[in-house]
Design a protein around this ligand. Structure first.
Ligand code: NAD
Length: 411
């Protein structure tokens, strides 16, 4: 470090029109996470710090500050998601988060879902990109290059549900049966699927802006609107409406493309199209090159992200970010994989790539690019963690920390 002119740690700030202001030495928060979280966090921070130092020398540096959530928070404060941690994200704006365990069948609601709702992180952004050398069930996995924009705050995921036989479920069923002509068996559990125009349109707007900024060819609205007409079907209608109203000069529908442009997308334009969710799962397997940005409601996006991850090496290779209008929390798509906790075994790539997304969000694209290249070289050399090694005959299996060291050597 240049001690004559040390860079001072500062907060990230945001202007009234939503522009992130990034100092050379920003304070960025991190949550280690449960289970394998500490292993992948240790590996990730080494890679990120080295990439930043390689790209910018003494000029830029991240100062990491820990905040607590999950089991570590519970042990120290008796709370799984302390208000202090939420307030810190509201103050410092950006965090990198390890996975948090959610006990199945009772206990508390998912901390991940709560964080997304409390901070209104309405877009879950999950890029899916193939790195040569990674295993894939596809014949031509290099055609896979998509970014999923999954709505994060609405849909059945909003958690509005009541168990069968509860007074609340009975009350809702009574109302539906007596007032609205439904025939729901009295002993049913009930879940509610709310989806709004505002919630859908801000997600599609973010997807379209991303597609324009990254010169992507298309945005696909993925929905199950043929059956769920007033939620998923409305998502499609609202999505096309926001595209026409706010991006009219830059987008074309498939009809416009066929009628006016003989199927050839003019440079600088984005094709907006829609696909029904079940068909979409086969499309991304058979014709992945036709999809770049996918905007979709919460539950569809959850399923599709894991399926796409499998096409490029599995959950160990799947990064993500939860972003709203003010705050951003970057996290791997996978969970805490508790059976490997503390074994220094799992693949840190998903959190490392989430960190690369964080660097891109800061505008530090050179450092992010070093990570993409370094990861590519490490995989091509056949040096991988256990999850990829078992699918790659002849590969050399490395530990979690060993993989980070190999990646750093390849930066
Ligand atoms: P999981 O993602 O932890 O594990 C699914 C499979 O993927 C397992 O076989 C696991 O070994 C493997 N895997 C996960 N991460 C890997 C990595 N980095 N490298 C290689 N293999 C990896 O999902 P799960 O078992 O369903 O859930 C465990 C816990 O995590 C649950 O409490 C769940 O609620 C929670 N969870 C948290 C998040 C989050 O924090 N955003 C996301 C999903 C699940």
């Amino acid at each position: 470090m240049n001690m004559q002119n040390p860079v001072e740690a500062q907060k990230l700030t945001i202007t009234t029109d939503g522009q992130l202001q990034v100092p050379d030495c920003p304070i960025v928060l991190y949550i280690e996470g449960d289970g394998t979280g500490p292993d992948i966090w240790r590996a990730t921070v080494r890679v990120l710090d080295t990439a930043v130092a390689k790209a910018y020398g003494d000029q830029r540096r991240i100062v990491w500050r820990e905040i607590l959530a999950g089991e570590k928070a519970f042990q120290q404060s008796g709370e799984y998601l302390p208000q202090e941690s939420i307030a810190a994200i509201q103050e410092y704006l950006v965090a990198l988060k390890g996975p948090l365990t959610t006990p199945v069948g009772g206990g508390f609601r998912s901390l991940n879902v709560t964080l997304r709702q409390v901070l209104d992180l309405y877009a879950c952004i999950r890029p899916v990109r193939y790195y040569p050398g990674a295993p894939s069930p596809l014949k031509a996995p290099e055609k896979v290059n998509m970014v999923v924009f999954r709505e994060n705050t609405e849909d059945v995921y909003a958690g509005i549900e009541w168990p069968a036989e509860s007074p609340e479920a009975r009350k809702v069923i009574d109302f539906l049966n007596s007032q609205l002509g439904c025939h729901i068996p009295l002993a049913s559990g009930i879940g509610i699927k709310p989806m709004s125009a505002a919630g859908s349109q801000r997600l599609v707007r973010k997807a379209l802006k991303y597609a324009l900024a990254h010169k992507c060819a298309s945005v696909t609205l993925m929905h199950k609107g043929n059956i769920m007409k007033f939620t998923e079907g409305a998502f499609k209608t609202w999505g096309y409406a926001v595209a026409a109203a706010e991006f009219g000069n830059q987008v074309l529908t498939e009809d416009q493309l066929a009628q006016d442009f003989k199927g050839q997308l003019p440079p600088g334009k984005i094709l907006i199209k829609d696909r029904i969710a079940d068909a979409m799962f086969q499309q991304v397997l058979l014709r992945p090159e036709e999809y770049s940005v996918i905007a979709t409601p919460n539950l569809n996006g959850d399923y599709l992200s894991d399926a796409l991850a499998a096409q490029v090496g599995g959950l160990g290779m799947a990064p993500g970010a939860n972003i709203g209008d003010h705050y951003a929390v970057f996290e791997a798509t996978h969970g805490s994989a508790p059976k490997y906790a503390g074994l220094d075994k799992v693949n840190p790539s998903s959190l490392i790539l989430s960190g690369a997304m964080l660097l891109e969000y800061l505008g530090w694209t050179e450092a992010a690019e070093l990570i993409h290249q370094g990861l590519g070289r490490t995989l091509l050399a056949g040096t991988v963690t256990y999850d990829l090694a078992r699918l790659l005959p002849g590969a050399q299996e490395l530990s979690c920390s060993g993989f980070a060291a190999a990646l750093i050597a390849n930066l």
